[in-house]
Design a protein around this ligand. Sequence first.
Ligand code: AMP
Length: 266
Amino acid sequence: MRVVLLGPPGAGKGTQAQALVAKYGIVQLSTGDVLRAAVAAGTPVGLKAKDIMARGALVPDEVVVAIVADRIEQADAKHGFILDGFPRTVPQAEALDRMLAKKGLRLDAVIEFKVDEDILLRRIEHRVEQAKLRGEPLRPDDNPQILKDRLAAYRTQTAPLTAYYAGTGMLRSVDGMASIEDVTAAIARALADAAFRPVSGKRTARKGSHTAVRRSTGRKKPPKAAPKRKPTKAAARTAPSGRKAPSKGSGRKAPGKGSRPRRLTK
Ligand code: AMP
């Protein structure tokens, strides 16, 4: 399973990534963590990234793309990974697609954390205050002004990724302001939903579709006018709501031709 967690700083991506690691036994790759380790170790990448990170801006694409390219080659990433904080720009997303395509792979799902920025900011400010009271060390970018800048960077450079992934059938949105448990549950449903995404990106409608998880296409479809046709035999079996009555013993609607369900794991 290869999953991208997409959301602004403080949306809970790291927490949810850890839950996914525990559940699926796949690795988490946080470019932020790798960069912080590089800064702490004083490597050439760290030296390049240090000031950029401290002011809440994005490290150049080629630096993070090289980090990810190297990391997904490692043995423990063979069965899948959760990308937390990458991609953050459209060129990074394109580089990721190329990296995976070279291996004959693609992403299974992109989970977008929908948030209210004002609440998020207050939440992060509170977290920083609490950490200060406990005497815990703070990250250099953990201060209200830098957080505002990081949110602005997200809005301008990362949010356009939802349009990039919309229409691929990969994008699922969860309410990032819900409780940790509810977000975990919504992600689990999103991943189960993504597992039945046909390769084409379009998918057959399934009964009992989720309400907490929204499949994002980025487009609003106009309502379809009901076709004016003579009632057929099949229509005669149709329930009064207009839905076709389920055939006996069918749990899930069988996917049609060209809509073969995909497995989450490889
Ligand atoms: P994070 O821990 O994901 O919030 O990342 C902390 C900081 O690391 C960000 O504010 C950026 O400066 C840098 N960073 C992490 N991931 C990326 C990325 N994919 N592209 C560019 N900069 C990144």
